[in-house]
Write a protein that binds this ligand. Structure first.
Ligand code: PHE
Length: 425
């Protein structure tokens, strides 16, 4: 028997070995000899010249304040021995409470009888918990009583009727399993693909241009010099970065028209048939506006392009997107980058232009269009005496929600990430 109050230190958790392996990680701990009485000796195979008694003591004082004293460090047969002893006063364990064998078997039986006719699992647990209070000789009998009760409990538990363990008459192992839920493209992405397909079939090429761009491409090259009041229409988010010496400030693109001059610079020599689809940003948020939205921009430049080509393209798109009854119309408007400029309307899908609750006037405005301004052609390096072109730019959310059957009077839910809403498309 080890002397009473000896600090029991297992090999694995021996604090001296732990100290040596932490302080001198290259010396693996080998073995600790615990001798009856003091001191204990931590025994390390090999000569550990780096080990120093004071550093081991400092480590132990931090980790086990006042509990262990290193008394000596010796070398024997080439091994390192660290002698230490636990400080008995502080290492004394709290006395374990005296056992209380106060319960007799009769008490136990009475307790058991006091249970209701239908005992529960909890009762079993309580009874089992009483066993340590019985004298050893009574415990087997009490255990037997608990077992009887357990058998009764199992017998009285009704078998679940919902689980049928019999194989059913019809079992087809080749039947398909449950399908995992499969997502789908966001409605605006679906609209983008549909629009892209419609324009590609008449020779347009889809391109992508920056959605964070220089003032030059968003405004200045589009015939809107700095401080021109026409810029107020585009409620612009400006980026807080140093200005570009040539292209000015950086902005979140307010429209896809920033692609016009970029496309002219890329292609250089007409013909151009561009479809630029991108995110746009404006400081606006209400039922028909979100601060981030999408536009698609068409740009056609070639010899002899006129308003008829624009009008033909609008009509073609209206019919391809909304169906054969759909019509388009253009109304005079003002944009700095087109001359003449128009606003474009599509006939209402419900009343075909007659006027109803949904459209009021029979028409829905979808965006702007016009003949490319000569200054814009010049900015793009194209000779306005030789080439002409048209451009249009419309909101995708707007065009999408006008489809028959949707009757959406608020576009904000498109960007609120609720599957209850999005799953409907
Ligand atoms: N960029 C314009 C807007 O956002 C639309 C437009 C595009 C008008 C091309 C004319 C030509 O309102």
């Amino acid at each position: 028997m080890p002397p009473k109050n000896q600090l029991k230190i297992s090999h694995r958790s021996n604090p001296v070995s732990q100290a040596v392996s932490r302080l001198y990680p290259e010396h693996a701990y080998q073995k600790t000899v615990t001798q009856p009485g003091c001191p204990n000796i931590a025994h390390f195979h090999g000569f550990i010249d780096a080990v120093n008694q004071a550093s081991v003591q400092t480590y132990l004082d931090q980790k086990y304040p006042g509990q262990i004293s290193v008394t000596n460090l010796t070398y024997a047969n080439g091994d390192t021995l660290i002698h230490y002893h636990p400080n008995l006063e502080t290492s004394e364990k709290p006395a374990t409470p005296k056992k209380n064998f106060s319960l007799t078997l009769t008490d136990f039986q009475q307790h058991l009888q006091s249970l209701s006719a239908s005992p529960t699992k909890k009762d079993l647990k309580t009874l089992t918990g009483l066993i340590p209070q019985l004298l050893a000789k009574d415990r087997a009998a009490a255990g037997e009583l608990i077992n009887q009760l357990k058998t009764k409990l199992i017998a009285s538990t009704p078998q679940s009727s919902t689980i049928n363990h019999q194989p059913s008459a019809w079992l087809d192992l080749t039947a398909p399993g449950d399908k995992p839920p499969i997502g789908h493209l966001h409605p605006i992405t679906q609209a983008i693909f549909k629009i892209q397909k419609i324009f590609e079939s008449i020779g347009f090429t889809r391109v992508r241009y920056p959605e964070v761009d220089w003032d030059y491409y968003v405004f200045e090259s589009l015939n809107m010099p700095p401080d021109h009041p026409a810029r107020d229409e585009w409620e612009t988010f400006f980026i807080d970065t140093p200005n570009h010496p040539q292209y000015g400030q950086m902005v979140l693109t307010t429209h896809t028209s920033n692609g016009q001059v970029r496309e002219m610079e890329r292609v250089k020599q007409p013909p151009i048939r561009m479809l630029n689809i991108a995110k746009c940003y404006r400081r606006q948020e209400d039922v028909t506006h979100t601060a981030m939205f999408h536009q698609f921009e068409g740009l056609v430049i070639d010899n002899g392009i006129g308003i008829v080509h624009l009008k033909g393209t609008l009509d073609y798109f209206a019919k391809a997107f909304y169906g054969p009854q759909a019509q388009s119309r253009i109304r005079p408007f003002m944009f700095r980058f087109t001359e003449p400029s128009f606003e474009v309307d599509f006939s209402c899908v419900y009343c075909q232009g007659q006027g109803c609750r949904f459209c009021k006037s029979g028409w829905h405005e979808v965006g702007g269009a016009g003949m490319v301004h000569p200054n814009v052609l010049k900015a793009g390096g194209i000779d306005p005496h030789r080439y002409t072109g048209f451009a249009f730019g419309w909101g995708i959310e707007r065009v999408y929600t006008l489809q028959p059957g949707l009757e959406l009077d608020d576009i904000r839910p498109f960007y609120q990430n609720s599957l209850h809403f999005l799953d409907q498309f």
